[in-house]
Ligand binder design. Sequence first.
Ligand SMILES: [Mg+2]
Length: 268
Amino acid sequence: MTMSANHKAALDKILNDQIKLFAFDLDGTLYVGEKAVPEAIELIAELRRNHQVVYFTNNSSKTITQLSKKLRELGFFCGSSDVYSAGAATADYLKESGLDNVYLIGSVGLRAEVEARGLRVCPAKTAHHVVVGLDLDFTYQKIADALAIINRGGKFIACNEDRNFPAGEGLILPGCGAMAGAITTAADKTPDFTVGKPNPYLLARIATEYGVKAEAIMVVGDSYDSDIAMALSYRSKAILVGQQAVFAPTVWSVENVGQIRRLLRKSQ
Ligand SMILES: [Mg+2]
């Protein structure tokens, strides 16, 4: 889809007049597998001259340290607190909600984020609540454990509800939502809280920590249902990277991130 002249003019205007912070999705937007998307590194460097730039991801298996290391190794500028992940935000959510003694279905990275906040990860028998992230060793027993905790009144917290994710070279793998879904079916209960996008929880944290209003944030992502839906429910602006036609008044479509560079250059 190519933008109409009016559409382009509106985007030109808000990029410098209103937007203080750009929040970028990672997978599919800035990199695919182990490769940076063409012009993405240059775009981030150019934006950083006049804007705050942060990164967000529904990833629930890697720590913030691991995610920011990957960005730096690919060539992106990334400070130690510039990445917001569903995994780390889940640990924050547990902490601020007073949910301790959790049974954790997920990776060692998620466990590290939870324990770094002084929370205890417990065996199923003594746990008060259950937390579900992407777990490559998911089993029938883990569903049974989660079911028992939920049935005795424990909260059911999911990092995200992504059904699957692209693992590079055309491979699609089951996501955290596949695990949360198995537990949802067994317990006949949806999660009490799902932290990741499209829930605007991550975006709200970014807005608070950077002291910017919702309308001064531009979300850039490749998924309408996830990235753009999150932005819209928070009343932020959004750019969808890809070929899809979008007609919402606060969403722009670009074919690739390089197109954002050219729009910025024109409006400066
Ligand atoms: Mg993406």
